[in-house]
Design a protein around this ligand. Structure first.
Ligand code: ADP
Ligand code: MG
Length: 240
C-alpha cells in the first residue's frame, strides 16, 4: 500500500507535545513524548490522575491532535490525512473502550454492537452475523435482544468490547475500562483483553491499578505530562 512501511510499528510517537488553551493561558498536558508500540504488544499506560493519560489516548485514537510532534499510525503520518481518509483509518484500524461503556440505552445489545458497521455500508445480514459472533465471543450469546439496562456493568463492558471489535481493528484502545467495575469483574474483563491480544490485536490500556496493569506485558508510566518509565511487566511467577 502506498505510504505504508513494512514492519513499521503500529504506533510511533515522536517529540509530541499537547497544550490546552485555558483562561490562564496554555496548559502543557503532554511534553516531549516519544513512544513506539509494535504490532501485537499489550501495553498498560499508568500514572496519577491528571498526568496526561486520557489526553494521550485521545491523540492515539485520532480524536484529538497534538500541538506539535509527530504521530505515525501504521506507518502513516496522521497529520497528513484528511477528512474521509482520517475517518476511515479511525473506523477501520482502531477500536475504543471507555470507562463508562457508552452503550445506547434504547438499542438492543445486538444493535449496539452492530452500530459502527451501519456507517460502513455493511449489508444487514452480514452486520447481524458479525454482531452475533462477537456477542458469543464475549460470553453474551443469549443476550442479543436484551437492553443495556437489563445487564450488569461487567456485561455492559463486554458489549462495549464487542462493539469495539466489530470493524476488526488491529488496535484496541481502552481508557480505564475497569474503572467502574468490581475487582472480580475487572479480572474477567482483563482475561478477555488477554485473549484478544493472544489472537493478535495490539492493546493499549489505561489503568492506575497495578493489579490490572499486570495483565499487560509492558508498563508505561506518565507523570506530569511526561513518560517517566517504560518497562516490561515483571514476571508474575512467585517462589512457592
Ligand atoms: N480540554 C481540556 N482543557 C484544559 N485542560 C485540560 C483539558 N483536558 C485535560 N486537561 C488537563 O490536562 C491534564 C491531563 O489531563 P488528562 O489527560 O485527562 O489526565 P489523566 O487521564 O491522566 O487523568 C490535567 O491537568 C487536566 O486538567
Ligand atoms: Mg483519564
Amino acid at each position: 500500500m502506498p505510504g505504508t512501511l513494512m514492519n513499521a510499528p503500529v504506533i510511533r510517537i515522536e517529540q509530541l507535545n499537547k497544550s490546552y488553551e485555558t483562561s490562564a493561558g496554555l496548559f502543557p498536558a503532554l511534553k516531549e513524548i516519544n513512544l513506539d508500540i509494535a504490532a501485537g504488544e499489550f501495553v498498560a499506560i499508568m500514572g496519577p490522575s491528571g498526568s496526561g493519560k486520557s489526553t494521550f489516548m485521545n491523540i492515539l485514537g485520532c480524536l484529538d491532535e497534538p500541538s506539535s510532534g509527530r504521530y505515525m499510525l501504521d506507518g502513516r503520518s496522521v497529520a497528513e490525512l484528511h477528512g474521509d481518509e482520517l475517518a476511515l483509518l479511525r473506523n477501520r484500524s482502531i477500536g475504543f473502550v471507555f470507562q463508562g461503556f457508552n452503550l445506547l440505552q434504547r438499542m438492543s445489545l445486538l444493535d449496539n454492537v452492530a452500530l459502527p458497521l451501519i456507517y460502513c455500508g455493511v449489508q444487514r445480514e452480514e452486520l447481524q452475523r458479525r454482531a452475533h459472533d462477537l456477542l458469543a465471543k464475549v460470553g453474551l450469546k443469549d443476550y442479543a435482544d436484551s437492553m443495556p439496562n437489563r445487564i450488569s456493568g461487567g456485561q455492559q463492558q463486554r458489549v462495549a468490547i464487542a462493539r469495539a471489535l466489530v470493524n476488526r481493528p488491529r488496535l484496541l484502545l481502552a481508557d480505564e475500562p475497569t474503572g467502574n467495575l468490581d475487582s472480580h469483574t475487572s479480572e474477567e474483563i482483563m482475561g478477555l483483553f488477554g485473549e484478544l491480544n493472544r489472537e493478535g490485536i495490539t492493546i493499549v490500556l489505561v489503568t492506575h491499578e497495578a493489579d490490572i496493569a499486570h495483565h499487560a506485558h509492558r508498563q508505561v508510566r506518565f507523570f506530569d505530562g511526561r513518560i517517566v518509565s517504560d518497562q516490561a511487566t515483571p514476571s508474575m511467577e512467585v517462589a512457592a
